[in-house]
Design a protein around this ligand. Sequence first.
Ligand SMILES: [Zn+2]
Length: 396
Amino acid sequence: MANPIYTYAFPTTIHFGAAARQRLPAVIAELGMRRPLIVSDRDIANLPWFADVVQLVNTPTMPYTGVGGNPVLSQVEAGRAAFREQEADGIVAVGGGAPMDVAKAIALMAHHPGHLFDYEDGRADARPVNQPVPPIVAVPTTAGTGSEVGRSAVISDDATHAKKIVFAPQLLPQTVLADPELLLGLPAKVTAATGMDALTHLVEAFLANGYQPLCDGIALEGLRLVAEHLTDCVTFARRLQAGDALSEAESVAHLAARGGMLNASMMGAIAFQKGLGVTHSCAHALSTVCDTHHGLANAIMLPAAMRFNLAAAPAKFLRLAQTIQPAATSGQDFLDWILALRHAIGIPETLTALGVSTATTDQLVGVALQDICHQLNPRPVTPTDFYALYQEAFAA
Ligand SMILES: [Zn+2]
């Protein structure tokens, strides 16, 4: 048998650093955009720095800010109409995972015929992505999905909440302006839930079956950044929400912590080119059936999923543990660390605490089984296993 050939690609240009948003005019000019459309969500449009970003983009088009909650098809359609009516020629996506994914889907549909879901990844009769896709500049405002360095968009059907993935290399933003100043006002709960999504990407990518040492290296360094910075981000966010003023040194530390998490989040999305695992299959089902926030769903499922995986990959778990604490001697130390972190940043501990009913279990298992992420999980997952994982997450 011939040796297999593995494909790696890390092509995005990232400008990282405080005030990186100031490069918007230069980047937009460099990409030849004259009428970019800003795509964002309602909450971000109300933040004090948003007007600053609009001014930097300096476009004749009106921003499209119709994104809210989990991204759905109707938001893509309204965005496409805004793009076409205003004769836009590019997109500046400002926000977390939802606006980022909607922006990519708008870019895809700007010049492609038909319906977004005609382009669903893996569909035998999927339409080809063979028309021009306008360039995208991404300005992330959360540290979680890392969608700004990914080439897929996950959009749900409005009525059924069924998640559809569109995937094409053309959806990869050309340039990312990763500006940690934009994350300084992020509430503690959002910081914690999105940070747990980044952590889950890093861990599941590292554990996923396959040979991609570039991804593995990125995953471990990303994990180290989460361990160093996530708790600080949440602690500073809590203090700011409580009305505390930060000292100058604390403000510097807060900015550094946000920067660390912003990089960890992009590293997670780069690493999961390799694949994800059972936690994401469980989480995708929770979003589909119960509309649960993606990061929160991962955060609640992660400990049970990792307990399930430990025996299948003890050497890898030891490396995860030693990335956090070089003196660690067993993979169990990593599981203990996850629980301690989750507690420290105030994540609810059970699905019950989130208001998910045990009556949904059959439905959750059915959707999770269909999800592709668990196919690369280091331990195969049967329907009985999924039942056990959800049961554990209800009661944990
Ligand atoms: Zn995720």
